[in-house]
Design a protein around this ligand. Sequence first.
Ligand code: 5GP
Ligand code: MG
Length: 180
Amino acid sequence: MTQLEVTVLDKTFVPFISRETISARVEELGEAISKDYGDEPPLMIAILNGSFIFAADLFRALKINATISFVKLASYKGTTSTGSVITAIGLEEQLKDRHVIIVEDIIDTGKTLSAFLPEIHQRGPASVKIATFLTKPDALQYDVRADYTGFEIANRFVLGYGLDYDGFGRNLPDLYVLKG
Ligand code: 5GP
Ligand code: MG
């Protein structure tokens, strides 16, 4: 059952999108992806940590042959004026000529994905698409557009279904939003 309020550390969250609504939408995305790829098995690359629950559900919603791999992005301050650099840990997969689907929990400013996408393209994939559980169109600052989006939401902080507040809250089956 959905908890009416959830308190994590110093913050209180209230229900936002139910597990039933999420599940129905993920099924739709899975069907859309299955239709688009048909007999060309895509390789899903899920970005840890936040996307692991969405990725697991979306992967099981695929009706076609597909493979999945996970990467962790580490950002560090570069020595040049370009600022922080993002590298992928765990991307040993051969991407050459593969149809890649990047799976994210949420596109907020778009900074993370805009930094990561060149690294994917460098490896010569046949195609690259983006599937994200959530987007916040009002927060977008980089030219990143998802091909498959679960929900477009307002620019508010959300929790649950893999998304955390300081490491906690990822195990909540429903999506919550900061109260107030
Ligand atoms: P971006 O690089 O697009 O600005 O940020 C993406 C990352 O910020 C997400 O992968 C996620 O870790 C974090 N993030 C952005 N908005 C939220 C939010 O509302 N809730 C949580 N838990 N994380 C968020
Ligand atoms: Mg993330």
